[in-house]
Design a protein. Structure first.
Length: 150
């Protein structure tokens, strides 16, 4: 049974990565793409996080805009984790390709939390934003702990 599940997951990963691989001329392009998406997501998330922690004054409009950008960016990097992008200028651990189901689960959880953050920021409720920042940050950290080199 375990072999069948492994085969199905591997087949699905290969099938889903073919269209993604086609959009990058070289593996380095995929790495640059995903790093850029992660950077922009982090910058916008960080802006909301700074407001939630009181490091900068709360501005509901900027929080909502930044959270919306972070939510959008949270959907972009995943197709760029293709074969051959585990080398070079990357902090991606090989476990990403050894445990694709777990990696996808973490990505899905982070995106779900990012959506909750965007909704809280759109509503302008600072207490809800604080809760959502904590949950989103935790989802990000879980993935970084297991799948990112320091």
């Amino acid at each position: 049974m375990k072999k069948i599940v492994s085969f199905v997951l591997t087949t699905a990963a290969v099938t889903l990565s073919v269209p993604a691989a086609a959009q990058f001329a070289k593996p380095e392009d995929a790495v640059k793409y995903r790093k850029s998406a992660m950077f922009l997501m982090q910058q916008n998330f960080g802006r909301v996080g700074a407001m939630a922690s009181g490091k900068v004054p709360f501005d509901a409009k900027i929080a909502a805009e930044s959270a919306a950008v972070a939510e959008f960016m949270s959907k972009l990097p995943w197709p760029a984790y293709i074969a051959g992008t585990d080398k070079g200028d990357t902090r991606a651990k090989p476990e990403i390709w050894k445990e694709p189901a777990k990696f996808k689960d973490y990505a899905d959880k982070m995106q779900a939390e990012m959506s909750k953050l965007a909704a809280a920021a759109k509503a302008g409720n600072l207490d809800a934003i604080k809760t959502a920042v904590t949950a989103t940050g935790g989802a990000c950290q879980n993935c970084h702990d297991d799948f990112r080199k320091d």
